[in-house]
Design a binder for this molecule. Structure first.
Ligand code: FES
Ligand code: FES
Length: 159
């Protein structure tokens, strides 16, 4: 029997109905809500491709069961971080640094970096590397990604 639940996704209430309350949040976002920013990578909380924010914290949605979230939690995906007209500083910086090759990891890198910069406004390069240490990039784009996060920190301070 389908279970109904209202969730707060990207600032709006969303009515959902799923058969399995233990289904990963990632599946609901991608398959039911057609939010394709978060990616399925490992499915084991090891790569970061599926990262979203829940109440401002970077969370691996592939291992977050729907039973763990309620309508009181604010879920934000890459689609809700900024808009095409008002990009989040991290989104803008990734474009300006062209910090992407295949792009598979970029959702996770941006969401992890955005949560990190919200808590640490003037990070060192070492801070950034540590914050992104558990987000994997198979293309080896790390140097540009770190530069983009540094640029995002500078953009956020200039706002
Ligand atoms: S798909 Fe979730 S961490 Fe890899
Ligand atoms: S740009 Fe391809 S996995 Fe990072």
């Amino acid at each position: 029997m389908a279970i109904s639940k209202t969730l707060n996704v990207n600032g709006a209430p969303v009515a959902t109905a799923v058969d399995d309350p233990e289904m990963p949040l990632l599946y609901l976002l991608r398959d039911n809500l057609e939010l394709h920013g978060p990616r399925f990578g490992c499915g084991l909380a090891q790569c970061g491709a599926c990262t979203v924010h829940i109440d401002g914290k970077a969370v691996r949605s592939c291992v977050t069961p729907l039973s763990a979230v309620t309508e009181n939690n604010k879920i934000v995906t890459l689609e809700g971080l900024g808009t095409p007209d008002h990009l989040h500083p991290v989104q803008r910086a990734f474009i300006e640094e062209q910090a992407v090759q295949c792009g598979y990891c970029v959702n996770g890198m941006i969401m992890e970096a955005a949560a990190f910069l919200a808590a640490k406004r003037k990070p060192s390069e070492a801070d950034i590397k540590k914050a992104l240490a558990h987000n994997l990039c198979r293309c080896g784009t790390h140097a540009r990604i770190v530069r983009a996060v540094q640029r995002a920190a500078d953009l956020a301070q200039a706002r």
